[in-house]
Design a protein around this ligand. Sequence first.
Ligand code: NAD
Ligand code: TYD
Length: 362
Amino acid sequence: MKNVLVTGGAGFIGSNFVRYLLNTDPKIQVVNLDVLSYAGSLENLRNLSDPERHIFVQGDICDRPFVEALFRQYSIDTVVHFAAETHVDRSILGPAQFIQTNVVGTYTLLDVARTLWLNEKLLGDQPVHFHHVSTDEVFGTLRPEDPPFSEVTPYQPNSPYSASKASSDHLVRAYYHTYGLPVTITNCSNNYGPYQFPEKLVPLMILNAIEGKSLPIYGDGQQIRDWLFVEDHCEAIWRVVTKGKLGETYNVGGNNQPPNLEIVHQICTILDELKPDSPYRPHNQLLKYVTDRPGHDRRYAMNIDKIQAELGWSPKETLATGLLKTVGWYVENKEWVEAIHKQSDYQTWIDKNYATRDKGRG
Ligand code: NAD
Ligand code: TYD
């Protein structure tokens, strides 16, 4: 058995990754460490294919004695680290938690791994691996004429979120170079798909449109992201963990780079077809331009040549197929939506983030 510690495995990408791992390799036991912040939910872990190989543990990655005990109890040999504060808008309104979880939390995990694996030789000579999941936002923003981000693009983070992720990436790199901790890093673009908390663009727009609420477009809606279907991302991560070169970073992107406005229009068109009786058709009548995000990065785009050439990974979903699956999932999973709304501070957040933006240009 491989004993894989997945941090943040009750969140969006982490829970998709847990499903992916359980379906991919019967010799893997997953220990899922998650604090269950507003973004994490056990609702994301229902109906796993092989629940006996999944152990959920509620706890904080910043709690060193707790993390150390977990490594010992389950003989952890692989870490796939997702746990983080992840929403740019929240980082603007309250950066402190981002520094704590993303910087101190990553440091704590790295240092426990170093102490137990390298100093104490807890697992003897058994291979060990620490994989860190990061973001394209560490590279800053691109002008229209700039080439996409590559693995050697200099870091220029612009939000408290991306600055905290950049710090964590540097720590991971330093633990490789200084102590020889066997690490890999992936920097990926915007994910979308099932189980995403509805504060991010795609699920927020889907649920608002279903409920006939306005669809808040920041600024002119011409910002560009490189959209990656979450299951493609999970496959890329595991490819890097199993076949990637230690000490290396790999960019992961979806090869889909439309402006935000186009994404929202596509969601509306899919909903028009899936819900022909909706009183809100055509759903794009709900679009509303609102005050922009401060420091809003204009364009992200990923060059994924390295992972394609070295590891043979490419995204399988196009934006059209991925969005169809995603919108369909949110339409079908009403119980999940209700449970998430009930258990989190969702409405408080919506009021806080949108009340002051709502200039009503739409
Ligand atoms: P998410 O916000 O959906 O989930 C984060 C999870 O981490 C939650 O389950 C939360 O409870 C848990 N968590 C938070 N603080 C914790 C702590 N102190 N200890 C233990 N668990 C804690 O995030 P996501 O979208 O699934 O992102 C996962 C990772 O991927 C993050 O590191 C993020 O930076 C990175 N990433 C995400 C995207 C994206 O589009 N979603 C893009 C690029 C990179
Ligand atoms: P988001 O999903 O928050 O991800 P990120 O900030 O990490 O890219 O936002 C994606 C894009 O959508 C970003 O350009 C901001 C924009 N956006 C809106 O226009 N309206 C919204 O209500 C939200 C949440 C985001």
